[in-house]
Structures are given as C-alpha cells and as structure tokens.
Design a protein around this ligand. Structure first.
Ligand code: ZN
Length: 197
C-alpha cells in the first residue's frame, strides 16, 4: 500500500499540480524511439486497448528490479520521470527514464507513505532532469506479486490520472514487474511494451 499525502505539512510552496507538467503532448511517431533496436526491423506498434504504449530502456528494466531487491523487507517507492508523446495514429506513449526514489518515504513491510515533505526533492529532481516530466510512480511488493491494491488504485486516480501516466510495481523477490496505465489503470500487456537499448 502506498499513500500519498497531498497536504503540505509545512508552508512549502510546492503543490502537486505545479510539479506536474501536463501541457499538451508533443506529437511524435512511436518508431522514432525504436530505432536503436538492431538488427531486427522496428516492430509494428501495438498499443493496448486503452491506446497506450510504453518505451522501456533495458537498463531501466534491470535497474528497477535491482533497486527494489536491495531492501526486500521494506516496500520501496518513488516517482518515475520520462516523457509522454502523442503518436499521429491516435494513441499516446510514454518513454520511461529516471527514477526519483522518495528517500523519506515512511516504509514498513506493507506500507509506504510519501509525505508532502518529499515534494521539494522531487522538484529538485525535475530540475536536474530538464525536459522530463512526472510520468508516474513506482513501488515494490516484496514477495507478494504484481497487482494494484485498492489503495494503489486510489493513488493512481488521485495523482497520476493522465492516460499516459503509469504505476510500476516491482516484486524483487519473484523478479517480476508490471506496468499499469492511466486512470482506473489496467495492466499494459507485453505487446505494448517496447524494449530499447
Ligand atoms: Zn501496492
């Protein structure tokens, strides 16, 4: 379970909506991001039924599991940065990039709380990654599998409701991860996840 706290506990000027950069998406064909995939020709994009595809650098796939695996007795959580685009064929896609671990997340075996006190660090992370936006969040389920709990769904709906915003769930014990997209999120199938170098 991950609970975000929208209310700032201090008088910090950070508001969640200010951290999000939800301006209209740039239009780019998905294939533009698949070119570094030799020697096979670029696959035909197959956005899933909700009209969404994910571009996932291989290094990040490994890193997600490795990071979560360092603390298998505690849930890990953080913000995912990246960039979302509109494909001319009408679907949206997200290119996953850096992770911003929420360092002061209050972690226990079954619960992570991201407090508003973490927002300044997220703001700093955004400034250190120019051109990136908050494309979602991630957290771990050490040993209990890939799904979104009712609380996880509430979090997604409240904070990451754009169709191109994702929830990444990692199970470091089983070595599995899953991606869920949009408001009322459903799993993004493998066919709509494009690995790139
Ligand atoms: Zn969860």
């Amino acid at each position: 379970m991950v609970e975000f706290n929208r209310q700032s506990e201090t008088a910090a000027p950070w508001a969640w909506n200010d951290l999000q950069r939800n301006e209209p998406l740039e239009t780019r064909p998905l294939e533009m991001f698949l070119h570094d995939e030799p020697p096979a020709p670029a696959p035909t994009p197959t956005p899933h039924q909700a009209g969404f595809a994910l571009v996932l650098p291989r290094s990040l796939r490994a890193q997600m599991i490795e990071h979560a695996g360092r603390w298998v007795t505690h849930e890990q959580a953080g913000i995912r940065l990246g960039r979302a685009y509109q494909d001319p064929r009408g679907f949206q896609f997200t290119v996953l990039a850096a992770a911003l671990p929420v360092e002061d997340a209050e972690a226990s075996i079954a619960q992570v709380k991201m407090r508003a006190a973490a927002w300044p660090a997220i703001w700093k992370g955004l400034q250190q990654n120019p051109g990136q936006q908050i494309i979602g969040w991630y957290h771990s389920h050490p040993g209990y599998g890939i799904f979104l709990s009712a609380t996880d769904r509430t979090t997604q709906n409240a904070y990451f409701a754009a169709p191109w915003q994702v929830a990444v769930v990692v199970d470091p014990v089983r070595g599995e991860f899953g991606v869920f997209a949009g408001c009322d999120p459903d799993p993004v199938p493998d066919a709509a996840i494009f690995s790139v170098a």
